[in-house]
Write a protein that binds this ligand. Structure first.
Ligand code: GRG
Length: 337
């Protein structure tokens, strides 16, 4: 049964105990350097990284802008320029593309809605049009396709549910069926995969647990079993991997940690060691965070590193909501309206 809990109550229910880390025992977060790193990405339009990521520019904008907001520096960007660029990525169907003139997909549509939420500007959207685009992608069995080409994945269930919830339009889909499909992707190890029977992976677990949290259906999760699987993701270095026998990666600081918080099992990992791992992945000189120590930095890992530290209550950072992947004050502003 679908709970009538409002999304507003959800993040208030997560229990995150403050950690007491003696910060003199580890490096510090190079917050100023990371701000500079994010702000200069936009200016480097001609480099190879920029060319390779052109198709997902709107995701990059969400990662970068949310990082700036967590660091308390969102005001450093020209809001009007960003908003008008985001709106020019909208397709006539109502969905958003990854860049101007690109095909729409749920992945880019959520990023567009998240960016507008950061700037308190979702009201400029034609909400019925956007939500019609999203709801048309729900299939009979409750699953979602990512776009008109039809691929199905629990990532797309999360993208649709999170987007519609931010637009206060969850009533446009069959939530009960959507939840039923997600639950059908639950495995015997307590985790979730991309389709029924597919291997558990931390990224998919975030999507399924996040969607269940937003819809008030966390009772479908076997919290002890999943908590055990998730805390087993921590390796010797303190970093987290996405599934057994894989290398740690800073991005799993988000996928695993947010899931552990949503199921109230975050104390089952060594938080101090994870903070140390994330800090070791910083480029102290030029800013930015990489997947593992000494690798090249990028905006994706910078976001997940900073957001992970926020979930770990690292001092000086805004709190982030583990289900919506947006600062808690942004979520409160949306749902308290
Ligand atoms: C709003 C935060 C937010 C997300 C939107 C798209 C999406 C929802 C979530 C993606 C979840 C996911 C599948 C994350 C995994 C990303 C990743 C690092 C995949 C790499 O997979 P492999 O198999 O890596 O290459 P491993 O680490 O397993 O070797």
């Amino acid at each position: 049964m679908i709970s009538s809990l409002s999304p507003l109550l959800l993040h208030i229910n997560y229990c995150v105990l403050p950690i007491q880390i003696p910060f003199y025992r580890m490096g510090q977060l190079a917050a100023e350097k990371h701000t500079k790193y994010i702000l200069q990405i936009e200016k480097k339009k001609d480099d190879i990284e920029s060319a390779l990521t052109e198709h997902l520019r709107i995701n990059g904008a969400y990662w970068g802008l949310t990082t700036l907001d967590i660091l308390g520096n969102l005001k450093a960007v020209e809001q009007e320029t960003v908003i008008s660029w985001v709106m020019s990525c909208q397709h006539e169907s109502g969905g958003f593309g990854g860049n101007i003139g690109h095909d729409p997909h749920l992945l880019y549509t959520l990023s567009a809605i998240q960016i507008l939420s950061l700037f308190n500007k979702t009201q400029i959207l034609n909400i019925p049009k956007v939500s019609t685009y999203i709801s048309a992608l729900q299939n009979k069995d409750g699953s979602f396709s990512g776009d008109k080409w039809g691929e199905i994945d629990t990532r797309f269930s999360y993208l649709a549910i999170c987007s519609l919830s931010l637009l206060n339009s969850l009533d446009k889909i069959n939530v009960e069926k959507a939840v039923e499909y997600i639950v059908s992707c639950k495995n015997l190890d307590g985790g979730f995969g991309c389709t029924p029977g597919a291997e558990s992976h931390s990224g998919q677990i975030f999507c399924c647990v996040g969607a269940l949290a937003i819809t008030g259906c966390l009772h479908y999760v076997d919290k002890d079993l999943l908590g055990w699987w998730l805390c087993e993701r921590q390796v010797k270095s303190g970093g987290l991997n996405g599934r057994p026998e894989k290398l740690p990666d800073v991005c799993y600081s988000w996928w695993v940690l947010s899931s552990l918080i949503m199921i109230d099992r975050v104390d089952w990992i060594d938080k101090e060691k994870l903070v140390k791992f994330i800090l070791e992945c910083q480029d102290i000189e030029n800013g930015g965070i990489s997947d593992r120590p000494d690798d090249a930095v990028d905006v994706f890992h910078t976001y997940f590193g900073v957001a992970g530290l926020s979930l770990l209550e690292y001092p000086g950072l805004k709190a982030v909501d583990p289900a919506y992947a947006l600062p808690v004050d942004v979520i409160n502003r949306l749902f308290l309206k």
